[in-house]
Design a protein around this ligand. Structure first.
Ligand code: PLP
Length: 437
């Protein structure tokens, strides 16, 4: 008897491995469904985005640009990507948009490929002051073999020291002046820095990974009109789409635009995850409708949350500037390099509150920092507002100030979260079921 092709039989040990993975994915869904996701770089996707990300597109290829493909079968995806490019141009008010990048880091690698050659100079915010690893020699900057100089930092204002940054740019004459951080409380004074960069012939690259949704929502700053030649970013932080990236530019120059497109493909991508691109397009359409309200609510919530934490007795950074103008809040939990931030993050996790430890000014070791970086974009997305921000600050205080048993607090976290299971600021294409899994 010929062996049946595509048989369903499988060994129990292999099945057990798959089962373990499915169970872990479901448990991760439960963790966030019952808990408070407060990592500033994360978000949840809408029901329509969930649906398209799980579509047949996940297995397809479409190298090139709409209308100029290397494979057959791309006509429908051409429609999707064309709609997406136009939406991205409109949402980000950008003359140029490429929506293919598979992450913020990939966008940065492509941008640096387009803007600089190995050995060129670049200026950026240091990782100790909140710059991203892709801005450092250990990341994309090193991959492109660029000579990095970092801006002096104004700890009081939590932004680059503007005069110092301009002096540095004028003396180094870099090819790229890179702006933007992972710890991003306040808009960067971009016009002055851009003027200094353009004076010496540098391109200004703004990494808006964290704040892209706030920028598009009109509540942070407007880099492409404040001198940035290029803006990169993630599609899944304050911009609430699936994981991926954007590459945007204020340039109308077709030759420069072509260089940017080529830097993505064939530069750093072959397949660019069509299901995620389609998800980004849906998220862009949803953002066009609801993005301004979402962005405004995020910043209001972050400011309420910071004030509420301070009222509970926490040391919240940047008090003199009103704590924050973004989705992020920074708290200090002990001495510099003491690891107090790591301990606080672990205790909060035991209470069902997911955060990350973060280096604060003065900290020198990434694994034993004194602070936490907190983000409210996900709680905002499920409808939490001022009252809930106060409630969440109380939950933090119970764990970290009043030393209550985290497992006891966890019950109240679950109770609070049970009332916030519907994803908002998105299309209601069918019954909205809340979190994935
Ligand atoms: C400033 C900045 N740039 C780039 C990235 C990388 O983004 P992705 O995780 O999408 O690669 C991050 C990630 O958090 C970031 O904070």
């Amino acid at each position: 008897m010929p062996q049946e092709r595509g048989t369903w039989s499988a060994s129990q040990t292999t099945l057990d491995k798959a089962t373990k993975v499915m169970e872990a994915a479901a448990a991760s869904g439960d963790l966030y469904r019952n808990g408070l996701g407060m990592i500033a770089s994360e978000n949840i996707v809408s029901p329509m985005v969930q649906k398209i990300v799980a579509s047949d597109l996940h297995g397809r290829y479409a190298e090139g640009l709409p209308g100029k493909r290397y494979y057959q079968g791309c006509d429908d995806f051409d429609t999707i990507e064309s709609v997406g490019i136009e939406l991205a141009k409109s949402v980000f008010k950008a003359p140029f948009a490429n929506i293919q990048s598979t992450s913020g880091t990939v966008s940065n690698i492509a941008a640096l490929k387009a803007l600089a050659k190995p050995g060129d100079a670049i200026t950026a915010v240091s990782t100790a002051d909140g710059g991203h690893i892709s801005h450092a020699r250990m990341g994309a900057v090193g991959l492109r073999d660029l000579n990095l100089s970092t801006y002096p930092w104004n700890e009081e204002r939590m932004e680059p020291d503007v005069d110092g940054a301009c002096d540095l740019i004028r003396s180094i004459e870099p090819k790229v002046a890179l702006i933007g951080q992972s710890v991003f409380l306040f808009p960067t004074p971009l016009e002055e820095i851009s003027a200094a960069a353009h004076e010496v012939g540098a391109k200004v690259m703004y990494d808006g990974a964290h704040v892209l949704g706030l920028i598009a929502g009109g509540v942070f700053q407007d880099p492409l009109r404040e001198g940035a030649d290029l803006m990169t970013g993630s599609s899944h932080k304050t911009f609430p789409g699936p994981q991926g990236g954007f590459l945007l530019s204020s340039s109308e120059d077709p030759a420069f635009q072509k260089r940017l497109n080529n830097a993505i493909f064939p530069g750093v991508c072959s397949s660019y995850h069509l299901h995620h691109v389609a998800g980004k397009v849906i998220a862009l359409a949803e953002f066009e409708e609801y993005g301004a309200a979402y962005a405004k609510d995020i910043v209001a919530n972050a400011q309420h949350f910071a004030s509420a934490l301070a009222a509970e007795g926490f040391d919240v950074l940047a008090e003199s500037r009103g704590y924050t103008a973004s989705h992020q809040v920074l708290t200090r939990h002990g001495e510099t390099d003491s690891g107090a931030g790591a301990k606080a993050a672990r205790l909060l996790e035991d209470a069902g509150i997911i955060t990350n430890m973060n280096m604060l000014p003065g900290d020198t070791k990434a694994m034993t920092p004194s602070g936490l970086r907190l983000g409210v974009q996900e709680l905002t997305r499920v409808g939490m507002g001022r009252l809930e921000m106060e409630e969440v600050a109380r939950l933090y205080a119970r764990v970290l100030i009043h030393n209550e048993e985290p497992s006891k607090v966890k019950n109240d976290v679950k109770e609070l979260k049970s009332n916030f299971q519907v994803i908002r600021y998105c299309f209601n294409d069918e019954e909205r079921t809340g979190y994935p899994f």
